[in-house]
Design a binder for this molecule. Structure first.
Ligand code: FAD
Length: 441
């Protein structure tokens, strides 16, 4: 087809515009968010020979992989990710080994002691609970053989089961996903990574150390992404950064909250996919303990304290890696309420929990505490992404780039690796590979 004068002029204008965009660009690629996905993406872009700048809202890197050190020397704990899930295929197993960090195998951990409403469970109750978990894993591991069967929530899947199975389902979704069973998709749960877990002493510090030296601008939240021109212009309180492409790795909870704006608005399909996911509220509360005030039996067990449904389902990690520390893990609406109540109320609740397991004397051993309130954290808005029942395709849909210049990445897009550091890392690398192809590398 012969070119008309009009198309020649239009073509020249586009060339001029993109040359202008390149000349004005601060980097080839801007990465928004310095969690595992953003850091992995930035590292891959640099290896691919392109310039990259990472914008991070917090004053640190690592995002939801974060080793909390506020309780002092020798009492650090991972406020976010702590297990290398599905170690067989997770890049962080080898990275942890090479870095020489302490790890612990799940198989060597003590069997948890069940305490219900302050009373240690009898052997019969323990057996009943194990039977409930067995029944639930059978139901959830094989939700329905037919691909055409409609997805349903975990609560729906166990609705016809006995009380032990329903309680097990609630404990499972709250303590592995941070969410209530009626909001969790069976199909999504079924596709999540399984396999061996390795517990890392300082997963957050490992992630931050591994990616040290990347060009990250800390304390620089993106407030608006303008993709109306040939590239992207990202507004921050410290000025605007221009690039050919953006890799957007903020949690889906941040996207849903609307604190990061887009001009023009994100396409309907992307917005619809964001709406298909919600954030769970997995929460940890670290309590510093004075070893001199503890009795031998206080330190011995990992303890699950189950206060039923509704209520706070929680478990206590006692002296992780031998540290004088108790870490309370909880999830679902009870955890949301604690985050909303604030640190003082959450520490009091965690201390009550500790006392209901070990007796009131242990209260004097608690010297300080720290709430990891991801649910109320404006740069996380929850612990990790949960697919709403029937909305599993949302994860895949978010991988479709916006106008070939905004590439989303992160745990929410990681398929079976969703909700994990390993999944986020691999997904950051996937997005970077797509950007490198787009840049012609
Ligand atoms: C309590 C808890 C326990 C967990 N346990 C495990 C576990 O045992 N094992 C495991 O593998 N995973 C676990 N996870 C999940 C894991 O931590 C996450 O899946 C993973 O770290 C997510 O990485 P990401 O890069 O996708 O997102 P993030 O780490 O959240 O990175 C996104 C980054 O974007 C930044 N950001 C947000 N808004 C803006 C903005 N406007 N401008 C610029 N930057 C912005 C954030 O500050 C953040 O640094 C846990 C998470 C939590 C919360």
């Amino acid at each position: 087809m012969a070119l008309s004068r009009r198309s020649l002029v239009a073509g020249a204008a586009i060339l001029a515009a993109s040359a202008k965009a390149r000349a004005a660009a601060d980097a080839d690629v801007v990465v928004i968010g310095a969690g595992a996905a953003g850091l992995a993406a930035a590292s891959a872009i640099r290896r691919g020979g392109h310039s990259v700048v990472v914008l991070e809202a917090r004053d640190r890197i690592g995002g939801r992989a974060f080793t909390e050190t506020a309780l002092g020397a020798g009492r650090s704990f991972d406020a976010g990710g702590q297990y290398v899930h599905w170690a067989e295929r997770n890049p962080w197993r080898e990275i942890a080994r090479a870095a020489g960090v302490r790890t612990s195998d799940d198989a060597t951990s003590p069997w948890p002691v069940l305490v219900k409403d302050g009373v240690r469970a009898s052997e019969a109750e323990r057996r009943q609970r194990r039977a409930g978990f067995g029944r639930v894993s059978l139901l959830l591991d094989h939700p329905d053989a037919s691909p055409a069967a409609p997805d349903r929530s975990v609560a729906e899947a166990v609705a016809g089961e006995d009380e032990a199975a329903r309680a097990a389902a609630t404990g499972l979704t709250r303590l592995t996903l941070g969410e209530e069973p009626d909001r969790v998709s069976c199909a999504d749960y079924d596709q999540l990574w399984s396999g061996d877990d390795i517990w890392v002493d300082g997963y957050g510090a490992l992630v931050a150390g591994h990616y040290a030296g990347l060009p990250v601008r800390l304390g620089t939240p993106a407030t608006m992404v303008d993709w109306s021109g040939p590239g992207v212009a990202v507004e921050t309180p410290r000025g605007t950064l221009r690039a050919a492409c953006a890799i957007l790795t903020v949690p889906v909870g941040v996207l849903a909250a609307g604190s990061l704006r887009f001009t023009p608005a994100l396409p309907a399909a992307t917005a619809e996919a964001v709406a298909g996911l919600r954030m769970g509220a997995y929460t940890k509360i670290g309590l510093a303990l004075d070893p001199a005030r503890l009795r031998e039996q206080d330190l011995r067990d990992a303890v699950i304290l189950q206060s039923g449904t509704p209520g706070l389902t929680a478990y206590l990690e006692m002296q992780p890696f031998g540290k004088p520390l108790a870490v309370l893990h909880c999830g679902g609406d009870g955890a949301r309420a604690l985050c909303e109540a604030g640190e003082g109320a959450a520490l009091a609740a965690a201390t009550d929990h500790l006392a209901s397991v070990f007796g009131t004397g242990i209260r004097t051993a608690v010297t300080a505490g720290r709430l990891a309130a991801w649910w109320t954290d404006p740069f996380a808005r929850g612990s990790y992404s949960i697919a709403r029942p029937g909305r599993l395709p949302a994860r895949e849909a978010l991988r479709v780039p916006v106008a070939d210049r905004i590439f989303l990445a992160g745990e929410a897009l990681a398929g079976g690796g969703a909700m994990t550091v390993g999944g986020a890392t691999l997904d950051g690398e996937r997005a970077a590979a797509a950007v490198l192809r787009r840049l012609g590398s």
